[in-house]
Structures are given as structure tokens and as C-alpha cells.
Write a protein that binds this ligand. Structure first.
Ligand SMILES: C[S@@+](CC[C@H](N)C(=O)[O-])C[C@H]1O[C@@H](n2cnc3c(N)ncnc32)[C@H](O)[C@@H]1O
Length: 207
């Protein structure tokens, strides 16, 4: 049965996120995506970077079913692994041995503001444990800079998130990076993206 879900935002941002990834991803290895949602990014990036293996994950069954449907629909069943049932707060993450061994980087798109702050802490904790020195963690999404929204639309979006769940919300970049540093990452790059978003590139620099 076709269980594909569709997210209009992925159609708008996948090209520009892919352009950022194209400058960072090395030819081979595995990428772990956290909070893959519908799976549309996963299949698009798997096709754009055919030499890597894109490992999707999501804690919600409906999302994992959508990801499986997208993998089948795009004819990627032989290439892409099945999505992992991964909630960042369930530490330690249960991931296959070969994934941990050949992990080149971790990518999380539009996740940390639609989850509790403790999820950001858990994300860096486990990413810091799993990634070897020199490997990357990329976050994409809206961020506050110096505790201020960078646009009126981000302010409105933040309020709409908090109405849905008062533990959600657009994060302050400095606080996110403080957590990253505690777990051995440096903030390598801040890339301004369309629609008032950022890609933040962290690099593991200590074990
Ligand atoms: C706004 S959606 C973004 C989905 C997808 N990355 C995208 O950009 O279309 C947020 C995603 O984070 C996932 N998520 C929420 N809490 C999570 C957690 N504790 N651990 C891992 N993923 C989580 C949700 O299931 C959802 O798929």
C-alpha cells in the first residue's frame, strides 16, 4: 500500500540543503538522518549522492511507513536501508554496527524546534559519542541569533509552535552551539538559507 506522506516544505528546501550537503559530504560512507519525517529528503539526497548510503530514522510509525513507501516508489529498495525507529532521547541509540562504524555524518532537518529542548541535548550527546573526529553534524532550520528572531515570520512561526506545544520553539543558536561544544563539536559554518533558515555545520573535534 502506498503510505507516502507529502510535505510542501521539503519541495522548497531540498535543493538548497542538497547544495550545502554537496560541499560537505565525501564520496563514500553512511549518513544518518534524524527525524526524517515523510522521507522525501532521504530519497532525494540518496539519488543526488549515489555513492553514500542515506540512513533515515524517525520515532513515529506513520513517518517510517511513509519513508518505506517513498523508498519503494523511487526504486531505491536495494540501495537504501529501512528507516530506524529512533527517538533521540532513547539513549544509547540502537543503530546497526556497520552504521556506527562507517558513519560520515549526521543530518537533522527541521527537528530541534519541533521537539523538546532535551532532544537537542540528547542529539549532541549521542552524536558526540558516535561520530569520530572530523565527522559532521548538520542542523537545518530557523534559529534565533542573540536571542532575537531574524524575521517577523520566524517570530509568528515560533508562537505557532508554542501554541501546539509549549516545550517546542525556535532555538537560540548560541545555546545550541554551547551544547555542541560541551560534546566536543566546533561550529564550523553558519550558512544563511532561503526563507529565513540556516544550515549550521558542526564538526567533531575531540573524542
Ligand atoms: C517538522 S518535522 C521535519 C521532518 C523532516 N526532517 C522534514 O524536514 O520534512 C520534525 C520531525 O522530527 C521528528 N521528531 C520529533 N521528536 C523527535 C525525537 N525525539 N527524536 C527524533 N525525531 C523526532 C518528528 O517525528 C518529525 O518527523
Amino acid at each position: 500500500m502506498d503510505k507516502r506522506l507529502f510535505s510542501p516544505a521539503t519541495q522548497r528546501n531540498r535543493e538548497s540543503i542538497g547544495d550545502v550537503l554537496s560541499k560537505i559530504i565525501k564520496k563514500d560512507g553512511l549518513i544518518l538522518e534524524i527525524g526524517s519525517g515523510t522521507g522525501e529528503h532521504g530519497v532525494v539526497f540518496q539519488k543526488r549522492f549515489p555513492r553514500i548510503i542515506w540512513q533515515t530514522s524517525d520515532p513515529y510509525l506513520l513517518h517510517r511507513e511513509s519513508i518505506i513507501s517513498w523508498i519503494e516508489y523511487e526504486g531505491l529498495k536495494k540501495k537504501m536501508p529501512q528507516p530506524l525507529d529512533l527517538d533521540v532521547e532513547n539513549i544509547p541509540w540502537k543503530i546497526p554496527f556497520n552504521l556506527a562504524n562507517f558513519l560520515q555524518g549526521i543530518v537533522s532537518i527541521n527537528m530541534i524546534h519541533v521537539a523538546k529542548w532535551t532532544c537537542t541535548i540528547a542529539l549532541f550527546e549521542e552524536a558526540g559519542r558516535l561520530l569520530k573526529n572530523g565527522r559532521f553534524l548538520i542542523l537545518y532550520g530557523p534559529f534565533k541569533i542573540d536571542k532575537k528572531h531574524i524575521s517577523q515570520s520566524n517570530y509568528i512561526f515560533d508562537n505557532s509552535l508554542k501554541i501546539q506545544n509549549d516545550l517546542w520553539g525556535v532555538r537560540n543558536l548560541e545555546e545550541v552551539t554551547d551544547e555542541a561544544k560541551k560534546k566536543g563539536f566546533i561550529q564550523e559554518d553558519i550558512i544563511r538559507m532561503p526563507a529565513n533558515n540556516f544550515s549550521i555545520v558542526y564538526r567533531k573535534c575531540s573524542s
